[in-house]
Design a binder for this molecule. Structure first.
Ligand SMILES: NC(=O)c1ccc[n+]([C@@H]2O[C@H](COP(=O)([O-])OP(=O)(O)OC[C@H]3O[C@@H](n4cnc5c(N)ncnc54)[C@H](OP(=O)(O)O)[C@@H]3O)[C@@H](O)[C@H]2O)c1
Length: 329
């Protein structure tokens, strides 16, 4: 089997460039040992953590990390027979040979009434992260006001739908007027453009009684400012800090501890690798139910072709995407 992969060709300085990536061919032969299988990528996910983790990559060697929805082509592994649909944590590659150790989730049972690309969106890292952050960290009750930053993105659009379905008033922040329209169409009550309105102004206008819960996708000074508008006992789910991932100098933000103490706020970080695995099965069942009832939809920004991965990734970090960024093979 012949496959292609994309490796880290030059160190990212600020926003990645297309020349930082290189496509490399690989011949895996045609023989399988016991428990091995060949798979082929169907959809590859584009994620901000690829930029966040880049200090650990080796120039000229590291395959760009990432996960994909793949189909098993031929198998000597009874657990993953031919035609299985798997979420594979194998980096940016068109396919490969596996012994099953890099299978993240088996998604052969994706319901027929949702697009298969949900296997890298609402039914994979994106949906699991959003659901965990909402239900296990923020634990909203009906009537709470929740702010979601990065609201027009992959995780943000899922968080908005879940919180709305739980009876919250859901406010978003995002980077353009078009995105405000988009998040309202997804189910948000309202949103403000953080590029043209300050946090204080936006929240005074849209959440005059204060914010109870904050799902934080962006971090930095934006998020420090949100804490000033939070009600007593408010809770923050710290999901990520995409506002700083492309920074050439370490990001700086105002000191938050005084506000946190005065308003009895709590902030909890969590991540897909350490906190969520123990709950991944039960969350998947819940996500399928939400999707089955029509209360959770996959909103995606789809591009085509393996070679478009670098430009799609660069564009996503700059805010080009509406919803989950996916490359269709
Ligand atoms: N904890 C976990 O396990 C986990 C798992 C998945 C994702 N995450 C985190 O969740 C966050 C969202 O990830 P995602 O996959 O859903 O990505 P995403 O939101 O779909 O895409 C990234 C978005 O970041 C926004 N952005 C870029 N620069 C920004 C800035 N300076 N300030 C504010 N927003 C900026 C852009 O939207 P605008 O046009 O609105 O600026 C862009 O669309 C990231 O921080 C990611 O690392 C964490």
């Amino acid at each position: 089997m012949k496959v292609r992969q994309i490796i880290y060709a030059a160190k990212f300085e600020g926003s990645p460039k297309e020349s930082d990536f290189k496509i490399v061919d690989e011949d895996l032969g045609d023989q399988l040992k016991e428990n091995e299988f060949f798979y082929e990528a169907i959809y590859i996910s584009c994620d901000p953590y690829v930029r966040l983790l880049s200090d650990s990559y080796i120039v000229g060697k590291t395959t760009i990390p990432g996960y994909q929805l793949a189909k098993v082509l031929e198998s000597k592994n009874p657990k993953f027979p031919s035609d299985s649909i798997l979420v594979m944590n194998v980096g940016w590659r068109t396919g490969g040979k596996s012994d099953g150790s890099d299978v993240w989730y088996d998604r052969t049972d994706i319901p027929k009434n949702v697009p298969m690309s949900a296997g890298v969106g609402i039914f994979a890292m994106t949906g699991l992260t959003a659901y965990y952050g909402v239900n296990y960290v923020l634990k909203p009750k009906a009537g709470d006001t929740i702010l979601v930053s990065g609201s027009a993105g992959a995780v943000g659009t899922v968080v908005g739908q879940l919180a709305k379905g739980m009876g919250c008033r859901v406010i978003g922040s995002c980077g353009s007027m078009e995105k405000i329209k988009f998040v309202k169409s997804v189910g948000f009550d309202d949103a403000f453009n953080y590029k043209t309105e300050s946090v204080a102004e936006g929240l005074k206008r849209l959440a005059p009684k204060g914010v109870d819960l904050y799902f934080d996708n962006v971090g930095g000074s934006f998020s420090s400012a949100v804490l000033e508008s939070m009600n007593k006992g408010g809770r923050v789910a710290c999901c990520g800090a995409v506002s700083s991932y492309n920074s050439k100098v370490p990001a700086q933000a105002p000191v938050i501890q005084g506000t946190m103490a005065l308003n009895s706020l709590s902030l909890q970080g969590f991540n897909i690798f350490d906190d969520i695995p123990a709950y991944a099965d039960e969350i998947y069942v819940a996500l399928k139910q939400w999707a089955g009832e029509g209360k959770l939809k996959q909103h995606e920004y789809l591009t085509s072709g393996f070679e478009s991965l670098p430009s799609t990734f660069i564009g996503m970090l700059r805010g080009k995407n509406f919803g989950k960024t996916i490359v269709n093979m």
